[in-house]
Design a protein around this ligand. Structure first.
Ligand SMILES: NC(=O)c1ccc[n+]([C@@H]2O[C@H](COP(=O)([O-])OP(=O)(O)OC[C@H]3O[C@@H](n4cnc5c(N)ncnc54)[C@H](OP(=O)(O)O)[C@@H]3O)[C@@H](O)[C@H]2O)c1
Length: 277
């Protein structure tokens, strides 16, 4: 069991949003294996219950809260309900996110539907993505910061994306939502730190989840959700400001940022071409 960082009684208490699948489910299970008590949040109850059962089998304690992160009142009610069960909160992993609007059923469909493409731009899709990925985290910040302040601090992690570096084709609104999240975290870090609340930005490269299922174009250094979760949980518990996984994709993005724009554009176009996957 990981002791909670402040030597208080009981297990580490961790809230995870977007915990019904993919990276969020893997992060919750990783914490459960370390003996933590996890609260799992998302919209779909059935997969949440399955993840909760797996967390208990992994040795942790788990509870489920159905919540749509785009609804501020639902978020406040979920955190309020949790505050009645838990004496304090140690970690919040704000991970819920979408790469497409609910109108498109998969990332692949979205990327070929042109809704995020300058050629057939759809403002509704852009608004939906921003509401889930950015406001969905912002709505948690208010009650979670207040709760952590009542105790003696804690750490909040946010799932951004290496896409925030702008190297993904036909995904402008998604890229913008993750860049906004990155700016929020970096802008708030000094004042949160003064309250003894650490902020960690998690930036995945390509991870095998429902979000990337069926994607036809190149996804270099694709890793499993479990591998991403291991790097992320370790980074959060080490008190890192930012964790990027896998490191190979991070290095590629770093190099791409240094090369002249026309060469970078060629690379982005190469990435966006269909692979034989
Ligand atoms: N996979 C990648 O390659 C990759 C790369 C970079 C960043 N990311 C980021 O990683 C995070 C997790 O994505 P994933 O890859 O694990 O995909 P995923 O398996 O599709 O998981 C997305 C999670 O977000 C939840 N969610 C979506 N909209 C929600 C809403 N309105 N309210 C509450 N929960 C909501 C989903 O649950 P419900 O549908 O049950 O609500 C699900 O649990 C996202 O922020 C994504 O942008 C992923």
């Amino acid at each position: 069991m990981i002791a909670n960082s402040r030597g208080m009684a009981g297990p580490l208490r961790v809230l995870v949003t977007g915990a019904s699948s993919g990276i969020g489910a893997a992060i919750a299970r990783n914490y459960a294996r370390r003996g933590a008590q996890v609260a799992l949040l998302a919209r779909r109850r059935e997969p949440l219950e399955e993840v909760a059962a797996a967390c208990r089998a992994d040795g942790g304690e788990a509870s489920v809260l159905v919540c749509d992160v785009t609804q501020k009142a639902e978020v406040a009610a979920a955190v309020g309900a949790l505050a009645e069960q838990w004496p304090r909160i140690d970690r919040a992993v704000l991970n819920a996110g979408v790469a497409w609007s609910d109108g498109a059923r998969s990332f692949a469909e979205c990327c070929t539907s042109d809704a995020q493409n300058a050629a057939a731009f759809d403002a509704g899709t852009a608004a939906e993505i921003m509401t889930t990925n950015y406001l969905g985290a912002v709505y948690f910040l208010e009650p979670v910061l207040a709760w952590m302040r009542q105790g003696s601090g804690g750490r909040i992690a946010f799932t951004g994306s290496m896409a925030a570096d702008g190297l993904l084709e036909r995904s402008g609104p998604y890229v913008a939502s993750k860049a906004a999240l990155r700016a929020l975290v970096e802008g708030m870090r000094p004042d949160a730190c003064a309250l003894n609340i650490g902020l960690t930005l998690l930036e995945p490269g390509f991870v095998e989840t429902g979000m990337t299922e069926g994607v036809r174009y190149r996804m270099p250094f694709l890793i499993s959700a479990e591998r991403a979760a291991e790097a992320f949980v370790r980074g959060i518990e080490d008190g890192k400001d930012r964790v990027r996984a896998p490191w190979q994709m991070s290095a590629l993005v770093g190099v791409a940022r240094l090369v002249p724009a026309p060469l970078r554009a060629l690379g982005v176009r190469w990435l966006g071409r269909a692979s034989d996957r």
